[in-house]
Design a protein around this ligand. Structure first.
Ligand SMILES: CC(C)(COP(=O)(O)OP(=O)(O)OC[C@H]1O[C@@H](n2cnc3c(N)ncnc32)[C@H](O)[C@@H]1OP(=O)(O)O)[C@@H](O)C(=O)NCCC(=O)NCCS
Length: 212
């Protein structure tokens, strides 16, 4: 597939985060660590995935995308109102036709610490770079916010490990920060802290962290 020249832009003028060629090198790709020169060479083909800020009109789409994953207890369920309140945290991946093919968000926990949450690719688009494009943009958002550590709670350990996340022990913050975080009403913070009231949500998930 010919290499695309220049920096592609979304309709809103934002640079396209990441572009992938459709397989043929899935196995080869799996030996790459994203962000390396080899990975970038692999990613230089084009399927036209772009990533943009979420709009309020995306919230029904996000709900539809995550609902089956919530039913399977893969993602934490969110009330519609909570999604509207958090719309600035979200990014949407869309295909060339402008149809949403994935979503993801960064939620700030503390001065240096945030969480990748509600990262999901539409079923038919899995394994084609949507997750990577979103995560790369979310990491960039996290850096812009001043964060230096990103947490995630996930079953997708291979995907996150490929992006530099490592599994971590239970306690990630010092006792003083823990004492402040425990005051948060946010369910994701409770899961981060591994509080007993949310243990049923976290069973089987891995706790992973990346230093940006
Ligand atoms: C995690 C998730 C968002 C990843 O999305 P995705 O779009 O499938 O991710 P990518 O395509 O970027 O990468 C997936 C794999 O496909 C491979 N891949 C990437 N581009 C490819 C291409 N063009 N052809 C074939 N394979 C490709 C990658 O190497 C990667 O392999 P790995 O899992 O061994 O690292 C998706 O699996 C999902 O929605 N999961 C359910 C929700 C969830 O668990 N979210 C995480 C917790 S918030």
């Amino acid at each position: 597939m010919p290499r695309k020249r220049g920096a592609p832009k979304t309709k809103e003028g934002e640079p396209v985060s990441t572009l992938y060629a459709p397989d043929p090198g899935r196995n080869a790709a799996n030996s790459f660590v994203f962000g390396t020169r080899s990975a970038r060479r692999y990613c230089e083909g084009v399927t036209g995935i772009s990533v943009r800020r979420a709009r309020t009109s995306d919230i029904p789409v996000i709900l539809g995308l995550i609902e089956p994953l919530v039913q399977q207890r893969i993602l934490l369920g969110k009330e519609r109102v909570a999604l509207y309140e958090a719309v600035q945290e979200f990014r949407i991946a869309e295909d060339e036709a402008g149809d949403p093919v994935g979503c993801g968000a960064i939620h700030v926990f503390w001065e240096d610490l945030g969480e990748v949450r509600t990262l999901a690719a539409v079923d038919g688009w899995r394994g084609r770079g949507v997750g990577h494009a979103l995560l790369e943009r979310l990491e960039s958002d996290a850096r812009d916010l001043g964060l230096s550590r990103l947490f995630c709670l996930t079953f997708e350990t291979a995907f996150f490990a490929r992006h530099g996340f490592v599994e971590v022990p239970e306690r990630i913050v010092d006792p003083e920060t823990y004492a402040e975080l425990v005051r948060s009403p946010d369910e994701g913070v409770a899961e981060f802290l591994d509080l007993s009231r949310v243990k049923q949500n976290t069973l089987g998930n891995s706790r992973m962290l990346k230093h940006l």
